[in-house]
Design a binder for this molecule. Structure first.
Ligand code: NAD
Ligand code: UDP
Length: 319
């Protein structure tokens, strides 16, 4: 039986990856310090013999007994609100955390996949973004704590591959949404849906002309799984190229939720990228992967999930 370590297991993406690897027949070790995640996301796995949970901060030394086949390093705050609140922890988990997990992979002879991000392209001057583009990131801007940690993560991963022959994979994840996102994590999908459900106005930052391309969780997990099982070492973008402005997106959510909310504008956060769309030529060619779930269908599913949350959870606000 394959044994797989998933860091960030109690988070949004990590918990869905735990489900996928359990359903593939693996023994899954979930590791998380719960700084932005929620144990409820993986509570359903606790009764399984093939699942174990380790409450641990991966920025400190990581030790595991026995063999290990795969490591998926997904531990890191991911929402701008989170990483601006805990900037040092964010830099540490991208740098020290990655170093610790590369060391563990080397010790065990395991294959490791690290979760990078479209943020390595910063506020991109090339559109859509392909993997050859080096990006436009401010190292000293507020978002630098996340972007540069992830850029370092990519560099050290390639160094371990080149210098130690480690079996590595790098996925560059574009904005992904689905169930188990924290309703108050400040990312645009939970933010707009929470506001619609609470009967509040939808807060569009800036004039809303900035763009994003949203990927449904099932498509993302499939892309990550295929990349891990491939033999491709260079970074691969996984994202849905269906691009929208944030203003149009807010209007789409108002229509979908059937609420009659208004849109209000708030200042655009510093260094908020103005445009983002993945070029997925590489994922198509190498992984034979492309997204299958249309935004209207994915958003409907995630709205049902948010509606099912308790009133208390719905009222919890970040700021
Ligand atoms: P999330 O906040 O829901 O999950 C992150 C998890 O990592 C949480 O459970 C948190 O408690 C855990 N964690 C953080 N620091 C840790 C540490 N030092 N030790 C152990 N656990 C720690 O975020 P997510 O959206 O699931 O993102 C998961 C990964 O995917 C992150 O690495 C993120 O950078 C990457 N990513 C996500 C997206 C997206 O759209 N969701 C886009 C690009 C990249
Ligand atoms: N955004 C917004 N209102 C909100 C939250 C986010 O207009 O309440 C915007 C944000 O400025 C950005 C886009 O939505 O342009 C996506 O933001 P998110 O935090 O989800 O992801 P990221 O900026 O990391 O892509």
């Amino acid at each position: 039986m394959k044994k797989t370590l998933i860091t960030g297991a109690a988070g949004f993406l990590g918990s869905h990856l735990c489900d996928r690897f359990i359903s593939e027949g693996h023994h899954v070790i979930g590791m998380d310090n719960l700084i932005t995640g929620d144990i409820k996301n993986i509570a359903h796995l606790f009764p399984l013999e093939r699942f174990e949970f380790h409450h641990h901060d991966v920025s400190t030394f990581v030790h595991l007994e026995g063999d290990l086949d795969y490591i998926l390093h997904f531990a890191s705050p991911a929402s701008p609100i989170d990483y601006l609140k805990i900037p040092i922890e964010t830099l540490k988990v991208g740098s020290l955390g990655t170093l610790n997990l590369l060391g563990l992979a080397k010790e065990k002879g395991a294959r490791i996949l690290v979760a990078s991000t479209s943020e390595v392209y910063g506020d991109p001057l090339v559109h859509p973004q392909n993997e050859e583009y080096y990006g436009n990131v401010s190292p000293i801007g507020p978002r630098g704590v996340y972007d540069e940690a992830k850029r370092f993560m990519e560099s050290i991963t390639m160094a371990y591959h080149r210098h130690h022959g480690l079996d590595t994979r790098i996925v560059r994840i574009f904005n992904t949404y689905g169930s188990r996102m924290r309703l108050n994590d400040g990312r645009v999908v939970p933010a707009f849906m929470g506001q619609a459900l609470r009967g509040e106005d939808l807060t569009v930052f800036g004039d809303g002309s900035q763009t994003r391309s949203f990927t449904y969780i099932d498509d993302q997990v499939e892309g990550i799984f295929r990349l891990l099982m491939s033999d491709y070492v260079e970074p691969v973008n996984i994202g849905n190229p269906d691009e929208t402005t944030i203003k149009e997106f807010a209007e789409e959510i108002i229509k979908l939720t059937g609420t009659n909310q208004k849109i209000v504008h708030k200042p655009l956060p510093k260094d908020d990228p103005l445009q983002r769309q993945p070029d997925i030529t590489r994922a198509k060619e190498i992984l034979n992967w492309e997204p299958k779930v249309h935004r209207s269908e994915g958003l409907k599913n995630v709205f049902e999930y948010f509606k099912s949350l308790s009133k208390e959870e719905l009222q919890k606000k970040e700021h």
